[in-house]
Design a protein around this ligand. Sequence first.
Ligand code: ATP
Length: 353
Amino acid sequence: MDLTVRGVVRRFGAVTALAGVDLAVAEGELLTILGPSGSGKTTLLKVVAGFEIPDEGTVHLGTADVTMSPPRSRDVGMVFQNYALFPHLTVAQNVAFPLEMRRLPKAEREQRVAEALALVELSQYGHRLPRQLSGGQQQRVALARAIVFKPRLLLLDEPFGALDRKLRESMQLEVRRLQRRLRLTTLFITHDQEEALILSDRIAVMSAGLIEQVGTPAEVYARPTTRFVADFVGESNLLDGIAAEGNGAEVAGLGRIQAGASAGAPGKRATLLLRPEALRVGADAASLPNRATARILETVFLGLSVKLRLQVEGGPEMLARLPLRPSAPLSMTEGEVVPLGFATEDVHVIRHG
Ligand code: ATP
């Protein structure tokens, strides 16, 4: 492992920002820390970068224990949301800055700066000042500055938060390509679950100073281990019920739901997850093992799909997401009572701790 965090605790007075974090990032991997505001993401990044010393635990880069090492000696490149470019330095001078700090000879500096600017496609902009660039270009300069000294670890803290949606999406793909091409071990922080799903080799979902689950985007989405993860990553129907004999549970209004696995000891509380895209509504529901009827409370047109908010009689409110084709608009209307159904293998059991 290239980065290993073990048992890290960081308290600020009465607040425990990190409550015992374990994390390992492999060489060349992009791992995203995903969590809501205040969950401890930035504090964890600061501990890794050396701006915070943990109260307990260790940080290793490769085999070296760097827990107490100052930031400068850690060989870590960083990009923040607010760019933090030097306003009075040109783009080329900004990118050259880490190389000057490391006292590289001028010829090598110039070559490395040219390479880094070429990587972020800003070769023609070296002489400009940051204020003469767009937000996306400034962020690319910040990225060039973070990678120009070939750091062994790249840390990105919500780097696209200030960009508009289109630009954010193109920067996400750009960073992904660059990170893969250079095989940079990268820790990426975001509260945006969509961004985490797009970018990551693996995602670590954080809540209240602890990592709840680490896995590939597909694992975290399809097989969340906790209710928090199921709710935070993607949209979900979380169905609370009582575990039944065999696989599945009894849920008010829905009856006996067949799940892909045991929901726990019969009679105990159980939670089942069903993603909105797994729910079938109308004629499509007829042949499925789990069935009910519901009233359509709301339809939201999303372009490629439509989202339905449904009220199951005597049961939960549920979300369905149905694909749309331009030639086949939704035939159902709000207020209508419709059959719904879902397959056994689409019901995922959330274990109760
Ligand atoms: P956000 O997404 O809003 O940036 P975050 O997940 O990065 O949030 P942190 O900034 O790591 O969260 O903060 C975690 C907790 O620690 C919060 O409750 C925060 O108020 C607290 N905290 C962080 N830094 C300090 C500090 N220097 N002094 C006191 N409390 C702090």
